[in-house]
Design a protein around this ligand. Structure first.
Ligand code: SF4
Length: 53
């Protein structure tokens, strides 16, 4: 898949990961938070993730 050099990502278990390097292949991703108020990096995540088969 074509790497989008504007979106770095190390989650190679995702079906949208470019696989050969550390980038996402999507043009756009949606970042989400897990708490009402995000106070730490761990409370944010990629909402566009889908598990690779
Ligand atoms: S959709 Fe999110 S988790 Fe998946 S490769 Fe792109 S940035 Fe990474």
């Amino acid at each position: 898949m074509k790497a989008n050099k504007n979106i770095g990502c190390t989650v190679n278990e995702c079906k949208f990961h470019s696989k050969n390097d550390s980038f996402c292949s999507l043009d756009h991703i949606n970042i989400v938070k897990h708490e009402n108020k995000a106070t730490r990096q761990e409370t944010t995540d990629c909402g566009s993730f889908e598990a690779d088969k």
